[in-house]
Each structure stands twice: as structure tokens, then as C-alpha cells.
Ligand binder design. Structure first.
Ligand SMILES: Nc1ncnc2c1ncn2[C@@H]1O[C@H](COP(=O)(O)OP(=O)(O)O)[C@@H](O)[C@H]1O
Ligand SMILES: [Mg+2]
Length: 487
């Protein structure tokens, strides 16, 4: 199957998301789509997958123009897309989740359908228990389930939009192996990302989008510096962490035992210093989230004390944590962090903790405009949270964090952001540190942990390590610890 995209244009109000994009995609290739946040990648992919119409332009399959009215029409023609935030139904069983997606004209019997699913599972090497609930699956497994679904429905082209956000290094390795295998069967893969390393590792060719335009079309492997140049139109530099052991004591954790869904941790003792950045490493679901939520007062530990400059915080009163400037920022932006249907301005109004009950619209409009500029959020004060691209939602969350924060507990703060936005985000966070705030952040990205943390705690199988000064680690050592070796 050869797909050609001709001169696609798409605007959202004043934003030109795709500007005259043309491209040919060959059968069996793994094509990268690289670009910083807001470059227009997701927009182009949604058009290709029939999830939204373009303003003008054409799509041709094997030379014939096609018109998609929905994702199902696209899938009928062999084009399927895995979304950035999986749209499955967590309360259903895996089987029903797959079965519900079936298109009516098939009217397949349940048991015939389940045979098809099993056959495909064998081919891919998956072993789902079809009666388990989807909510028991990790993000990585949900992704596999989505891929399985698309293949069962006859997808020839599979589009993956930032699929490595939020999965472990191990899951990423499995995903890449799977994608290479699928390409070997003749399936076409489009892999959307802002991570250069992934492009070079997986793809044979990549296009680079910048501000809605297709800037280049490159055969891989290619020098990272050249890709960066295309992505941003300029070179970008990287920085590195330091030693914080001489910083002033700030918070102290004594014998803290956290209670996760599956385990109690070992007792943790830890001093958190003023201006220090502590990274939390580990496979997804190893307790990092619970650790952060416990320190935010949102979950009760089994045991232990949490002292703020000698003052003991009490879990019976979660409010006292925010009063002392302790803030948690969740990873699931649209589920826990932002509110669907609410505008940016309304978000900023809500995030103010002033006791003043009356809302001054003009004032809050001014504040919102200021924050949008300061945090370079691509959106308007009247945009709703879900209209923003993933990266811009993340910027909004950071912009909402309180000025007087003393301890920031961040779950995957740069998830889904490109290098420039990640650097920018860290610049903002470093400014907070300079003002004396301490930061604990969880990340699935080993390079990010090593680059930005003064010290790193590793989570594995219910255990929490001593803090390692990050100068003592490198990516191999940290990777091994995350995988449970060297404890
Ligand atoms: N539904 C929408 N409504 C308004 N603006 C949108 C919508 N979808 C995307 N945009 C805007 O279009 C631009 C491109 O977004 P997107 O395609 O999501 O970028 P990427 O996936 O490369 O990060 C961004 O400025 C984004 O805010
Ligand atoms: Mg996107």
C-alpha cells in the first residue's frame, strides 16, 4: 500500500497547524515524524487517520484519491492510529474492548472473533488474558492492546503518536522490536515523536515538521545535530547537574513506609535540601507515584514522619501540606490535572488559593494573558484545556503551580515535551530552586534523570533505594538498577 499526501492545509482559528504538507509513504517502511511540540504532527496524523478533516489537500492510496469521514472509514481502507492518550474503556474486559470496536458489517460471532484475536496474538507474541479488565493493564500493555485491535481490524498502516511517553525502557524495547517485526510482515509504520534518539534507533527515514511546515525529509541514520537544526531552526545546548550536599536542610523524611496497591515499601530516611532536585527512577508503577502522593499529603503512609524545617506534617489534614507550599503535579494531565471544558482563564482562577471568593474577570484575564506569554503556551485565555496540544497542557500545569511553592512533587513533568520545551521547563524549575524550592520528580527517561537530578532514588519491586548522587551513576548503571540488578 502506498500512501500519498498532497498539499494538506489545516487551521484552528488563528493557528496554522499544517501548511501545505506533501509526502509519500511506502509499504513496509518505518517513517519517523519528528518535530517540537505544537509543530503540527498530531494534526497531520489525525487527518491521515480520518479523525479530523483537513481544510484542503488530498490523500491518495495506491494512486486513488480517498475521502475519510471517520476513523472507521480510514480503518476500512487500512489506516489505523494509536492515539496519544489511549481511548479505551478501562472498566471493560480486554475481550469486550476489542470486540466493541468491531464494525457492524462484520457481525462476527464472539467465539470466531476470539479465535481471530488469538491468532493475531500468537503472531505478535502477546499473551493477554482476555477476561481481565483493561484497567489492570499498564500503559505499555494498553498500547499493545491497541496495536492488536488495529491489526485484527485489518490495518496496513499503523500510526503511533508519541507512543514511548510513559512507558519503561524495557517496554520501549519491546515496542520497537514489535514495530520492526510488523514492518517485516509488510505493514507500514508511522512513528511520531520529538525524541531524536528514538528516530535514529527505529526509523529508516524521517520527516521533520516545524511550525506547521514540512522542513525536511531525511534518510537515517543522521547526525543528531542536523536533526536538531531542522527541528528548531537553530542549535540547542544541554546542561548538567551539580552537588547539592552542602545546601541547607529543608524537609526530612524519617522511617517512611509507603503503601502502594501491591506492596509496603522499606522504611525510607531522607533529607531534602533547599534548592535540591531529587529524581525518582523506576519502571512505571514501582511506587514513585505513591511516594510523591504521600509526600503531598494525598495518601497516608503506613508509618513514618515528614518534617518541614522541624514541623511535623499530619496526614489527617492534606490541606496543611498545600498551606506549607507543598504541591503535587500529576502525570495524567486530562484525568487528574486539568478540567475538560474549562478555559485557561478558568484554570488560573481555580488555581489561585486566595480566600477571596469573588472573581475579578478583568484581573484574571490579565493574569492569564501574562502567564500564557511567560510560559509560551500556544493557546488563548478562552481556549479550553483539551484544545491545547499535550505539551501545551503540560506548560499550563506548570504555569498553574503556585509561586510560593517550597516543595514541588512532579510526576513525569516533561512527559511528551520535546528537547526545547524540556530545557525550557527545567529552566523554569531551576528558577524555582534558586528561590529555595526543592523538587522531587519521577521520570521514565534515564537521560533526563541523570541530567537534572542532584540525587536519584531508585524504585524496584516494592523497594526504595538510598539516594545516589547522580555523578555516581551513568545510564548503564541506572538502567540496571531500574531493572532490579545491582541492589
Ligand atoms: N482541536 C484544536 N483546537 C485548537 N487548536 C488546536 C487543536 N489541535 C491542535 N491545535 C493547535 O495546532 C498546533 C499544532 O498542534 P499539534 O498538531 O497537536 O502539534 P504536535 O502534535 O506537533 O505537538 C498547536 O498550536 C495546537 O495548539
Ligand atoms: Mg502531538
Amino acid at each position: 500500500m502506498e500512501i500519498e499526501i498532497r498539499n494538506i492545509y489545516k487551521s484552528f482559528g488563528k493557528v496554522h497547524a499544517n501548511i501545505g504538507i506533501s509526502l509519500t509513504i511506502h509499504a513496509g517502511e518505518i517513517l519517523g515524524v519528528l518535530g517540537e511540540n505544537g509543530a503540527g504532527k498530531t494534526t497531520l496524523m489525525k487527518i491521515l487517520a480520518g479523525l479530523q478533516p483537513c481544510d484542503s489537500g488530498e490523500i491518495l492510496i495506491d494512486g486513488k484519491p480517498v475521502h475519510f469521514h471517520s476513523a472507521n472509514t480510514a480503518l476500512d481502507l487500512g489506516i489505523g492510529m494509536l492515539s496519544q492518550d489511549p481511548l479505551d474503556f478501562p472498566m471493560l474486559t480486554i475481550f469486550d474492548n476489542l470486540y466493541l470496536g468491531r464494525r457492524k458489517r462484520f457481525f462476527i460471532q464472539r467465539n470466531r472473533f476470539s479465535k481471530q484475536v488469538e491468532k493475531m496474538e500468537d503472531l505478535l507474541g502477546f499473551q493477554f488474558k482476555l477476561n481481565d479488565l483493561v484497567e489492570t493493564l499498564s500503559i505499555g500493555e494498553r498500547q499493545q492492546l491497541e496495536i492488536l485491535r488495529l491489526l485484527v481490524y485489518g490495518s496496513e498502516l499503523i500510526i503511533l503518536d508519541e507512543p514511548t511517553t510513559g512507558i519503561s525502557a524495557q517496554q520501549k524495547k519491546q515496542l520497537f522490536e514489535l514495530l520492526k517485526r510488523l514492518a517485516g510482515f509488510g505493514k507500514t509504520i508511522i512513528f511520531v515523536t520529538h525524541k531524536l534518539g528514538e528516530i535514529n534507533e527505529l526509523c529508516q527515514r524521517t520527516i521533520i515538521l516545524r511550525q506547521g511546515k514540512l522542513i525536511s525529509d531525511v534518510v537515517l541514520p543522521c547526525e543528531s545535530s542536523l536533526l536538531i537544526q531542522s527541528m528548531f531552526g537553530k542549535a540547542i545546548d544541554l546542561q548538567s547537574p551539580g552537588d547539592a550536599s552542602q545546601f541547607e536542610k529543608h524537609f526530612e523524611i524519617q522511617h517512611l513506609v509507603i503503601k502502594d496497591a501491591r506492596f509496603f515499601s522499606n522504611p525510607v530516611d531522607l533529607n531534602i535540601r533547599k534548592g535540591e532536585i531529587l529524581g525518582l527512577a523506576g519502571m512505571e508503577g514501582s511506587g514513585q507515584k505513591t511516594f510523591l502522593r504521600t509526600l503531598a499529603g494525598l495518601e497516608k503512609p503506613i508509618n513514618g514522619m515528614f518534617l518541614d524545617e522541624g514541623y511535623s506534617l499530619h496526614w489527617n489534614s492534606p490541606h496543611s501540606f498545600t498551606k506549607r507550599g507543598i504541591y503535587f503535579m500529576p502525570a495524567s494531565r486530562m484525568e487528574e490535572g486539568l478540567i475538560q471544558g474549562m478555559t485557561l482563564q478558568e484554570h488560573f482562577i481555580l488555581s489561585q488559593t486566595k480566600d477571596d471568593f469573588f472573581v475579578d474577570r478583568d484581573e484574571s484575564h490579565k493574569i492569564t494573558e501574562m502567564r500564557i506569554r511567560e510560559f509560551t503556551i500556544r493557546g488563548f485565555s478562552s481556549s479550553t484545556a483539551e484544545e491545547l496540544s499535550g505539551g501545551n497542557q503540560q506548560r499550563l500545569l506548570i504555569a498553574m503551580l503556585h509561586e510560593n511553592a517550597r516543595l514541588l512533587l512532579l510526576e513525569n513533568p516533561t512527559r511528551g515535551l520535546d528537547i526545547e520545551s524540556t530545557n525550557w521547563m527545567w529552566k523554569k524549575l531551576h528558577e524555582r530552586c534558586k528561590k529555595g524550592a526543592s523538587i522531587l520528580f519521577a521520570s521514565a527517561d534515564i537521560d533526563e534523570l541523570l541530567r537534572f537530578s542532584n540525587r536519584i532514588l531508585v524504585f524496584f519491586g516494592g523497594r526504595i533505594s538510598e539516594p545516589y548522587p547522580s555523578q555516581m551513576l551513568n545510564s548503564e548503571k541506572l538502567g540496571a538498577l531500574i531493572g532490579g540488578e545491582g541492589w
